[in-house]
Structures are given as C-alpha cells and as structure tokens.
Write a protein of this length. Structure first.
Length: 252
C-alpha cells in the first residue's frame, strides 16, 4: 500500500507492505527453516504449542512483509526479535533502507505491516467474539461508549474496533498496553467507505483506519495528516480475499 504525506509543501509517498497468514497444525515445523538462529532460540523458549504457532506465524508474515521492501533479502537473513516491551525489533543485512515492522495475532491468523522508519505505523487485529464483551466494556470510557451510539455496528464489533485502534496506537508508541488505557482514549469515531476512522484525545498527531472482514477487525494507525492511497473498501476486500485464500499472502 502507498501512503502520501505533505510536509512543507512537498508531497512524499511512502510504501508499506501488509501480509496476512493462517496457521495449520504443521505450520510451525514448516516455518522453522525460514527463521534466523536468534528467532529459533526465542521459539524454543515457548513450551505451549499455541504460543509457538503464534510466534512462528507472526515472524513468517513479518519477514514476508519486510522482504518486499528490502529487494527480496532472504527470509533467514531477516530477524525479528522481541524488545523489552515485547515490541518487534528488526535486524537485517546492510541496507540503505530503514524499515520497521508491526505484528499482530488473532486466533489462527497473523498480520504484519512493514513500513519506512521515518513514517511510523502500527497494526492490530482481533477476532470479534461475544465471550469477551463484558471485559471490553469494563475497559472503555463512557465517552467512548457514546461514540458507538448511532454507528452501524453490533456492540461486540464496536468494542473490538475501539480496542484494536488503541492497540495499534500503542504499537506506534512502542509501549504496548503497559500504559493506562485512558491515556489511549479515543475521542472521535466516524464511518468511512466500508471502514471506520478514529482519532485520539491525547495523541492528536495520529489516527486509525479500521476494517471489519469476516469475523475480524483490523486497525491501522498512522500519522493524522497522512493519506492512504488505497481506499478503505479496497483494503477491506484485500483482507477478506487473503483470509478466504487460506494461505500466507501479501498486499503491496
């Protein structure tokens, strides 16, 4: 995808790459050969298969998204290591490009976004479920719940959308959810073409676009004055198409 931003009367275009993948019972073993030695060491620290599957699939789609921005550097030469706040830290061979990556998991699905370091972005995906509706309600401010009134969303869809928007912002800030959620408060929500846009009370310089596809919500955080060159509807259709394809794919 391309993002345009105007700075000092100069219009600049940034290229980012979105990848999506689905796991299967043998996906971890299939992915191991593509992991760097450092990633394999991290993988071995996880004892439960669910966590091993999430980690390996997240690294795979993350490396696939990075590959397209680094002239197809071999996947095993790219390392994505957990930082002190579990944020992904990217290592790759000498390159004039400065790339970062954001990764998210939900159920058997993982998404990753690779982007230029000079244009910060973050991504989050969650599965819409009634099982966590009460928990999400307790995390929302009354003002945020007011934003959902009048929207064409079921309550669990709206709560999941607000949650993913906050998580996407926390990834840009590299804090994760280690800060009080009130710091990430949303004060504006509006419908766009087949998606939604959120703005934040304390971080006016950022916004998120969110899309519902199948039973998932995906939110992308980016600088407020940047514009996605692809429409929300195009991105939602791509996410749905990738999901239905039942394999790992990328969207440039």
């Amino acid at each position: 995808m391309e993002v345009k931003r105007e700075n000092k009367k100069e219009l600049k275009t940034y290229t980012a790459n979105l990848s999506l993948g689905l796991s299967n019972p043998t996906s971890t073993e299939q992915i191991i050969p593509f992991l760097s030695p450092r990633e394999q060491q991290e993988l071995e620290q996880f004892k439960f298969e669910k966590r091993r599957r999430e980690y390996s699939l997240g690294r795979y789609v993350g490396k696939k998204s990075v590959q397209s921005l680094l002239n197809n550097t071999a996947m095993e030469d790219i390392s994505i290591i957990n930082g002190v706040f579990n944020q992904p830290v990217l290592y790759y061979p000498n390159s004039s490009e400065r790339i970062q990556v954001s990764i998210s998991h939900a159920d058997h699905l993982a998404v990753a976004l690779a982007f230029p370091e000079e244009h910060p972005m973050g991504i989050d995906v969650e599965k819409v479920s009634g099982d966590n509706e009460e928990a999400l309600l307790r995390q929302m401010l009354d003002t945020e719940l007011e934003l959902l009134k009048g929207q064409q969303l079921l309550l669990n869809q709206g709560l999941t959308l607000l949650w993913t928007a906050k998580e996407a912002l926390s990834k840009v800030l590299k804090t994760g959810l280690t800060v009080p959620l009130s710091v990430l408060a949303i004060h504006h929500l509006e419908k766009t073409d087949e998606g939604y846009m959120c703005e934040f009370k304390n971080f006016l310089q950022y916004k998120t676009y969110s899309w519902l596809f199948d039973c998932y919500v995906c939110s992308l955080c980016l600088p407020r004055n940047s514009l996605l060159c692809s429409s929300s509807e195009e991105i939602r259709k791509v996410l749905l198409a990738l999901l239905n394809h039942q394999s790992t794919k990328t969207f440039n």
